[in-house]
Design a protein around this ligand. Structure first.
Ligand code: SF4
Length: 449
């Protein structure tokens, strides 16, 4: 069905890497149906915001972006504005009622249906579009058209959708639905297609909880089998694991990661807290002992591995003693990479109604305490690389001649540090180089090759 190619679509992708893949699916389907994808809202007929609805801060960013585009529409610089994704899934009816300028509200079950859903806009019909399913079930596969939003040499492979867990502070299961995993063949075929088509140097495996991969299929954790298949398929020189819930990190997984050099000595291992009483109130379904085992096992099987984690400060009822316990745990464990969140009281989550909600001031104090401790730790870890050689994946040329930006195995895209490479050689994105580290910053390394 050849559509009006002049119908131009601009998409703003907010939130996490999982949302970015949803945006690639949304644009991939539209491009396949002849919609023109434009990179400036001024050049578009319709602007789509693929939103994040996780916590207050992210919700505010989504709302501000929607209002900015609605203002452009009021000024006649846009014909339509569509709200897509997590915020639409969570607050669909409210958004449609309160934001009169918005032409469409589309939830997390319909990323691949945009050509059908946007047809009224293309045919200049003024009807409002509303498509929010209470239980999203959508799951992409290797045949799903994708419009690449990452540089060619690095890609996100979404291996599952939805979540198997029920953390008390989290509404993602409500926005993304029940845990559902793609088949190993589907993921390997996509990886192979990318390896051939685009010479992908790095594949980042994502999901809400990648370590629970496959459990919905036959009640076993199948990530080891998937990693084995991707390594055997030589899918990419670097295969990186993100979002692995500590509760589901197994001996088999650690062993498989250690056995294959293509699997990055890196894992994103979100602990959220260290104190068993807090972990219980958070319903994290994991204990401090289990997490300590996971960290020790990963470091023993992959010497020099970088472990990234995230922690939440200010969870309801978090006592000074429990917070001190978290600081001690971070001091002892010395995570290579760490992100911190202040607890966000999200309606619809079980933690929303919990007693002993902490004042914002206390949350901010604890946030600063964790960040300053981690800055110290990160500085020491980074400085320990001075004089050593590290493998770096080149991402892009810097503005200055002879300077390039890249990442080591310990740096995931977007969330971690960088390597700043000085060289007389001509490098290209996707190249791997051996960089001698000459200096270190809090989160970045500087060197030459
Ligand atoms: S693991 Fe917990 S925090 Fe992460 S998406 Fe699932 S429920 Fe939310």
């Amino acid at each position: 069905m050849k559509t009006d190619t002049a119908f131009k679509v601009h998409l703003v992708s907010l939130g996490c890497a999982r949302t970015l893949v949803d945006s690639e699916v949304a644009l991939g389907g539209l491009a396949k149906e002849g919609y023109a994808i434009v990179h400036e809202p001024e050049k578009a007929d319709v602007a789509i915001v693929n939103t994040c609805g996780f916590i207050e801060e992210a919700k505010m960013e989504s709302i501000e972006t929607i209002l900015r585009l609605c203002q452009m529409k009021k000024e006649g610089r846009l014909r339509a504005v569509v709200v897509l994704g997590c915020l639409a899934q969570r607050y669909g009816a409210e958004l449609q009622k309160e934001l009169g300028e918005v032409d469409g509200v589309i939830g997390t079950n319909s990323f691949a249906d945009l050509p059908r859903l946007l047809a009224p806009l293309r045919n200049k019909k003024s009807e409002k579009i509303f498509d929010v399913t209470s239980h999203p079930r959508y799951l992409l596969d290797e045949t799903t058209p994708r419009y690449r939003l990452t540089p060619p040499h690095t890609a996100y492979l979404k291996i599952s959708e939805g979540c198997i867990n029920a953390c008390a502070y989290c509404v993602i299961p409500q926005m993304k639905g029940r845990h559902r995993s793609r088949s190993i063949d589907s993921i390997v075929n996509e990886a192979k297609a990318r390896a051939v088509g685009q010479q992908t140097s790095e594949i980042n495996l994502i999901g809400q909880d990648t370590a629970a991969y496959g459990f919905d299929r036959d009640r076993t954790f199948q990530l080891p089998q998937l990693l084995e298949a991707l390594a055997e398929a030589k899918a990419a020189p670097w295969i990186r694991l993100l979002y692995a819930h500590p509760a589901h990190v197994t001996e088999a997984l650690v062993e498989t990661m250690g056995r294959h050099s293509a699997i990055c000595r890196y894992v994103d291992f979100p602990i959220e807290h260290s104190h068993d009483a807090v972990l219980k109130r958070m319903n994290r379904a994991v204990t401090r002992a289990k997490m300590e085992w996971g960290i020790e096992a990963l470091r023993r099987r992959m010497p020099g591995a970088a472990i990234r984690t995230t922690v939440i400060v200010g969870f309801p009822g978090e006592t000074d003693e429990e917070f001190e316990d978290l600081l001690d745990f971070l001091r002892q464990t010395r995570f290579e990479r760490l992100g911190t969140f202040m607890f966000s009281r999200e309606e619809g989550s079980r933690a929303y109604d919990m007693p002993d909600q902490l004042p914002q001031k206390v949350k901010e104090e604890r946030f600063r305490a964790v960040m300053s401790l981690q800055r110290e730790i990160s500085n020491q870890i980074q400085e320990s690389f001075i004089g050593k050689e590290v493998q770096v994946l080149v991402d892009e040329k810097a503005g200055e001649d002879g300077v390039y930006y890249g990442r080591t195995e310990a740096d995931a895209p977007e969330v971690d540090g960088q390597a700043i490479i000085h060289t007389e050689r001509k490098l290209a994105p996707g190249d791997f180089v051996r960089m001698r580290v000459t200096d270190a910053l809090e989160y970045d390394l500087i060197g030459a090759c």
